[in-house]
Design a protein around this ligand. Structure first.
Ligand code: N01
Length: 545
């Protein structure tokens, strides 16, 4: 795998031996955490594997990478000055623009002085006597902290496919989540890409414009809607800035962290014409949530969901000229049960002469060879292979750190049958350890920035509460955790989500327990629950002096 080059930022300072809080990760979660902890006059350090802030937006530099929540909504709300002064350029900004925003926030709030870059945390062990966490880095440094916050992101542990011969290929290989900082020039090259999730769907049209030949290896097609990206108009930026407080409140109360009208009608109670017109408006709007929330029962009723499926299939067949390719691009699982995508010219790309789709359901990959990829019926030769094969989502970044709680219990063993948390924030047996957007919280089913801010606020409030009450530890009770896990499962089982083999279910990682990991009850409901629990003196948590 061609490694991204490192840039700047040597860690010349000494790691302090003891702080109030260790933060792991300097993405959007870690940055806001550092800012809040400083405001509380607590000492904190953050460790970050990359050479700069930004997390997801630092690592995922593949061509075409963009956010699929609108920029004016996918931004911090904690500082009104920041909100007012920052000028977003596009409706759906590119990765460089979002990284620029993250860097701006780091500069504006002087965050870098408490961040140790190029530093991966390897291990963290709870000392029951000292009631502290002992955190170790890859460089051998150790720091003791009263609290440990894993701000490691839901989609940060990238994954290569389990295909024989991965090391054999003689050409260049890239993973979308570890893209070289200087970019890749595909001009004149024969390129193979494996994976058609969001990263594949976004990068395929851009790579196709450069490459001599692009062959897409698809195991499962994605549902993708046109993003209809454009530059923002000054008047709409001004209108949002004038209305930001109301908008932020609406985000907090919404289902996905994106304000939308709550649907009341069933997709099955309206005429075909009315339904098609509704779906058409959603398709034209360039917004995922508009389609997913077009009718009240799309996520819970198979027959209702089938209406959306048929609509998108029709669109694919209208766009893609070759009927067999179009049919191969049509997914069969329910719409929304794997993460849908927003694209710019994705389906149209398959009308290009230089693009070829290989349906791996018909002809699976047998091996990677020195020259390319061999499927059950053909050997393909490439100069470059791109892996758009995703992540060990939600748990991978947590369990890859050797975290040991009470009695030295390893977190990965405690979660061997699937992640177990209370509120997706903490886990029984791991006192004073918090996760930002952990499994069991809305996280990946929401506008991440909204959920990140909610968790950071909740966690820092909990720390302030403990300090104010003269308490030292907080830890969920086993009963509260069990009840929360049951509740998360109950809600998921009432939806169609478990019907797809998705990374939400851990299905993309061989051997990973198949459990629906995010909380599907909605951002607003979840926030209410978290706030009530805090207001009741952290009900379900054991607090001790
Ligand atoms: O990863 P994915 P991603 N042989 O897991 C295929 C967020 N995100 O990086 O579905 C052949 O979705 C795999 O096939 P299958 C967003 O939340 C957001 O694209 O497992 N194929 C699938 O097609 C997103 O959902 C944006 O059958 C193999 C693909 O690789 C999440 O990140 C942009 C294979 C992986 O798709 C992850 O997206 C990018 C194998 N052995 C990412 N193994 C935005 O727009 C895997 N695949 C905001």
């Amino acid at each position: 795998m061609s490694a991204p080059p490192s840039d700047s930022q040597p860690a010349s300072r000494a790691v302090p031996s003891s702080v109030d809080v260790v933060v792991v990760g300097a993405g959007f979660s870690g940055m806001y955490l550092l800012h809040k902890l400083r405001e509380m006059n607590l000492s904190a350090v953050a460790f970050e594997a990359g050479t700069d802030v930004g997390g997801t937006w630092y690592w995922n530099r593949y061509p075409g990478a963009r956010v699929d929540v609108e920029s004016l909504a996918y931004s911090y709300s904690f500082s009104e000055d920041l909100e007012q002064e920052y000028e977003w350029q596009e409706r759906y900004p590119t990765q460089p623009e979002i990284l620029r925003y993250a860097r701006h926030v780091a500069d504006r709030f002087d965050l870098r002085r408490d961040i140790f870059f190029r530093t991966r945390v390897n291990a963290a062990a709870y000392d029951e006597q000292g009631r502290t966490w002992r955190v170790r880095t890859e460089h051998g440094d150790a720091v003791t902290a009263r609290f440990l916050v894993m701000a490691t992101g839901c989609l940060s542990a990238s994954k290569l496919p389990e295909i024989p011969g991965l090391d054999r290929f003689a050409g260049a290989t890239y993973h979308t989540a570890h893209w070289p900082h200087e970019g890749v020039d595909f001009t004149g090259l024969r390129v193979g890409i494996i994976g058609t999730g969001s990263s594949g769907v976004q990068s395929i049209p851009v790579i196709a414009e450069q490459a001599a030949q692009l062959t897409v290896f698809q195991r499962t097609p994605a549902y993708s809607l046109p993003a209809r990206n454009r530059r923002l108009r000054p008047d709409e930026i001004a209108a949002m800035k004038a209305n930001y407080r109301t908008f932020r409140q609406a985000q907090k109360e919404s289902g996905f962290g994106v304000p939308t009208p709550i649907p009341t009608k069933s997709a099955l109670e309206v005429s075909d014409e009315e339904r098609d017109a509704t779906f058409e408006r959603a398709w034209e709007s360039g917004s995922l949530v508009n389609l997913l929330t077009a009718y009240a029962d799309l996520s819970i009723d198979q027959a209702a969901n089938d209406t959306a499926k048929r609509f998108i299939h029709r669109k694919i067949h209208q766009i893609v000229e070759d009927p067999r390719t179009a049919a191969d691009l049509c997914p069969e699982y329910p719409v929304g049960t794997k993460r849908p995508c927003l694209d710019t010219g994705y389906y149209e790309t398959y009308n290009r002469e230089n693009v070829h789709l290989v349906n791996l359901r018909r002809t699976p990959i047998v091996e990677i060879t020195e020259r390319g990829i061999r499927t059950s019926d053909q050997a393909y030769e490439f100069d470059v292979i791109v892996y758009a094969t995703g992540f060990d989502a939600m748990t991978g970044a947590l369990t890859s750190v050797d975290i040991r709680g009470r009695g030295g219990a390893p977190l990965d063993e405690a979660w061997s049958a699937g992640p177990r948390t209370y509120l997706g924030i903490s886990s029984a047996g791991y006192p004073n350890l918090f996760m930002i957007t952990g499994p069991g919280s809305p996280s990946v089913l929401s506008n991440m920035v909204v959920s990140i801010e909610q968790h950071v606020d909740w966690v820092t409030d909990a720390i302030a509460y403990l300090d104010h009450q003269g308490l030292t530890t907080i830890e969920p009770t086993q009963e509260a955790e069990d009840a929360w896990v049951d509740h998360v499962n109950l809600i998921a089982d009432a939806t169609l989500y478990p019907k797809a083999n998705s990374w939400y279910m851990g299905a993309n990682v061989p051997g990973k327990p198949q459990v629906f990991m995010p909380y599907a009850g909605g951002v607003g409901e979840y926030r209410k629950t978290c706030d009530e629990i805090a207001a009741q003196g952290y009900k379900g948590f054991a607090l001790s002096v």
